[in-house]
Ligand binder design. Structure first.
Ligand SMILES: [Zn+2]
Length: 248
């Protein structure tokens, strides 16, 4: 089984990157995307996340986690001027993953309905022959053969910030990227087949919530049984339970 490391950029002490309106926080957006990607890949690959929560990690620590892995993907969103837009993929100057990078970039851009700007390589000016981006440089130097950094649209662009804040679009992006990775490694089973392999207690959990009026749309939830629950949803759920306990 291939090993794929997914690195949600930023987090912990590094939460300053925000969208045009200030609502989008890049650290959280990257994590959300990475959690969805993990969900769509985990039945087919050994998937390692550099972080699963809001946590400080250096670029070197992240890159080193690519040791022994077959693929390393660092998830980001871009920032420049208000008008800047589109998806850009960065490949290592020492590797040739342009074809896969373009597939992944197009998949993200299409899922968001925005422009794909292409696969780029950026060489360090200080250290010629090395990558400008530390995380790419370290992951490549440690021997990982496929290293890509994904700039999933511009959070500095008002329209693209809204797309990056849309949970459904982020999920669709992750799903589309997972399909490209599966195709790259020749893994052909559809994501739908895994539903029947889920242990029964997962469904029992959902059914309990539905029976007690804490969950609508049971059938839909069964289809996305392992998806992470956003913090706000946990809050609503706990508030409902609290209300029931108090008999309101
Ligand atoms: Zn970033």
């Amino acid at each position: 089984m291939k090993t794929i490391v997914v690195d949600p950029g930023h987090g912990g002490n590094d939460r300053a990157n925000r969208g045009y309106s200030g609502k989008y926080i890049e650290a959280d957006g990257n994590l959300q995307f990475a959690l969805f990607l993990h969900y769509y890949l985990k039945d087919y690959f050994n998937v390692i996340l550099t972080r699963k929560e809001d946590k400080t990690l250096s670029l070197t620590e992240r890159g080193k986690m690519a040791k022994g892995a077959d693929m390393f993907l660092s998830a980001h969103s871009d920032a420049w001027e208000k008008e800047s837009n589109g998806v850009t993929i960065f490949d290592s100057v020492d590797l040739s993953n342009e074809t896969l990078g373009a597939e992944i970039g197009k998949a993200i851009a299409d899922s968001m309905g925005i422009k794909f700007k292409g696969v780029r390589e950026r060489e360090s000016q200080k250290n010629k022959g090395e990558d400008y981006y530390t995380v790419i440089d370290v992951a490549q130097d440690i021997g990982c053969p496929v290293v890509l950094l994904l700039e999933r649209g511009f959070h500095s662009n008002p329209h693209e910030e809204q797309l990056l804040l849309n949970n459904n679009i982020v999920r669709e992006s992750a799903k589309a990227v997972a399909e490209k990775i599966k195709a790259y490694y020749g893994v052909s089973e559809s994501a739908e087949t895994k539903e029947i392999t889920q242990p029964i207690w997962k469904y029992q959990g959902l059914e309990y919530l539905a029976k007690n009026g804490l969950l609508n749309d049971l059938e839909n939830w069964k289809k996305k049984i392992d998806e992470p629950m956003p913090v706000w949803a946990s809050g609503i759920l706990l508030a409902e339970i609290h209300k029931n306990l108090k008999g309101e």
